[in-house]
Ligand binder design. Structure first.
Ligand code: C2O
Ligand code: CU
Length: 505
């Protein structure tokens, strides 16, 4: 396994040169050195290129990588640190980088056609911003994500808090979950309806569906509609996902996690999948949820499994108190078998063969948004409150058109805000698939899910809105000026039009 230090070494190489001149500009290859060292700025170099990537022995795919790795190298910096990322595009096609969950200046946001021109093959582009807020962030391509993200252009960006966190743990591990369409295996059933919000309080529809043993459709109201009208097969234009990875490897090639009895390990879980929600469980252990999309909860919430929609992140602490051999795995039908599992072994324990991954969630406590009490880290509003409705629809009878208020991007109506104003955005999902809606440039509070208020809002930048009339109300203070995308993080749905623009002036 490559240590974090080595990874940083791989990205942090910096040459000599004058700096500043290159920020936010395209550089010809000869001018690259202009994007190097400036005092007080940490420089990272990323190069995108096509690679062959071995998901597991005997399963090598054509992929796209940052610095030759899938996921790309973890960038780890201190909150408030000014960072410069020199992106060299060695792909045969354009690309950009979006810094997901980071409050970057608008011009650094990486959205082609909105905040910058796409970086052409052979070109270099310099991103520079102050790393904040602290938390588990990530970076990924924002150019034809349905292909480029699918092929591996995603990586962790960890911003360590400037002040020590009130959180006890001994060490940490970042796990990036991803789905792959290799064509080499049977496609997995789609996880369309979503799970992250839960249906009301425990014992609601969600609880019922889970007791029925099938959370993702097939039974229960959601499943009936999804199964009946659209079938469980991937649509014609949708990639058929058949392989699931943790840190770019499918089991048994996943790197085992070794635990010492008594230690507390913080896992930073990032779902970089384009399509699939994962429900992560560590057999024999509870997961203590401490952060939602990188943002702290007031106190940890102990659960048995945690649904993670595309683009969501959860930090969880595992207390190593049950020596043995275990599997950390996804409980979604077929996912563990498709590679989404890894060994968790206790040092000095003789057990090396884990019991097989169990997919039943019977009797288990599943994370849902309403269980968290968020720390109120967002700036308070000092202006008017504006309310916006975002009705999500589309995908009818297998169509690839996805709408917001009946319109497709770029014809969707922008949400206009002045700096300091408070926006309340009410999402209602009239379609049959879940939509993890992500806002660029600033995080929001989740006030309500499926018409149930959260006692204390949690802070997130993606909110998964379940299919079949699922809903969410989020609130934000417009503090970052610019044009920010608000979109579904399933790239096929973005492509189909499910994007609107939040304009902060
Ligand atoms: Cu994670 Cu528009 O992106
Ligand atoms: Cu969607």
């Amino acid at each position: 396994m490559i240590s974090r230090r080595t990874l940083l070494g791989m990205v942090a190489g910096a040459g000599a040169g004058s700096g500043l001149g290159g920020i936010g500009r395209m550089l010809g290859s000869r001018q690259e050195s202009a994007a190097a060292a400036t005092p007080g700025v940490r420089t990272f170099h990323l190069e995108t290129r096509a690679v062959s990537w071995e998901l597991a022995p005997g399963r090598t795919v054509k992929a796209m990588a940052y610095n030759g790795r899938v996921p790309g190298p973890e960038i780890r910096v201190r909150e408030g640190q000014r960072i410069r990322i020199v992106l060299k595009n060695s792909l045969a096609e354009p690309t950009t980088i979006h810094w997901h969950g980071v409050d970057v200046p608008n011009a650094m946001d990486g959205v082609p056609g909105v905040t910058q021109k796409a970086v052409q093959p052979g070109e270099t582009f310099v991103y520079e911003f102050d790393a904040r807020p602290a938390g588990t962030r990530w970076y990924h391509t924002h150019f034809q994500e349905h292909r480029q993200m699918d092929l591996g252009l995603a990586a962790p960006l960890i911003i360590e808090p400037a002040a020590p966190e009130p959180l006890a743990y001994d060490r940490e591990v970042t796990l990036v979950l991803d789905d792959w369409a290799t064509g080499a295996a049977e496609p997995l059933p789609p996880t369309r309806e979503g799970t992250a919000g839960g249906r009301g309080s425990t014992g609601g529809m969600m609880g019922g569906m889970m007791r029925g043993g099938s959370m993702m459709g097939g039974r229960g109201m959601g499943g009936m509609m999804g199964g009946g009208m659209m079938g469980r097969r991937a649509k014609a234009h949708e990639p058929a996902y058949d392989t699931m990875t943790i840190n770019g490897r499918a089991y048994p090639a996943t790197v085992p996690l070794r635990l010492r009895k008594g230690e507390r390990v913080r896992l930073r879980l990032i779902n970089a999948s384009n399509e699939h929600t994962h429900v992560v469980r560590l057999a024999g252990h509870r997961l203590h949820v401490t952060h939602t999309d990188g943002n702290p909860l007031d106190s940890a919430v102990a659960v048995d499994a945690i649904p993670i929609a595309p683009s969501e992140r959860y930090d969880v602490v595992v207390i190593a108190e049950h020596p043995g051999a275990w599997l950390l795995h996804c409980t979604q039908p077929g996912h563990a078998r498709a590679g989404e599992q890894m060994l968790v072994l206790y040092e000095g324990d003789s057990a090396t063969r884990p019991t097989a991954a169990e997919s039943s969630l019977d009797g288990l406590r599943l994370w849902q948004y309403g269980l968290g009490r968020g720390r109120q880290i967002l700036p308070p509003p000092d202006g008017a409150t504006r309310t916006f409705e975002q009705t999500l629809s589309g995908g009818m009878m297998g169509s690839d058109v996805w709408t917001i208020n009946g319109k497709v991007w770029p014809r969707t109506d922008p949400l206009a805000l002045a700096r300091g104003e408070r926006a309340v955005v009410r999402f209602r999902n009239m379609s049959m698939e879940a939509h993890p809606m992500h806002l660029h440039g600033q995080s929001f509070r989740v006030l309500a899910i499926n018409d149930v208020r959260l006692e204390v809002p949690i802070v997130k930048d993606s909110v998964d809105i379940e299919g079949h009339m699922g809903s969410a109300i989020v609130e934000l203070t417009a503090h970052n000026p610019g044009d920010w995308l608000l979109h579904c993080h399933k790239p096929m749905h973005m492509d189909g039009g499910m994007i609107s623009l939040v304009k902060v002036s």
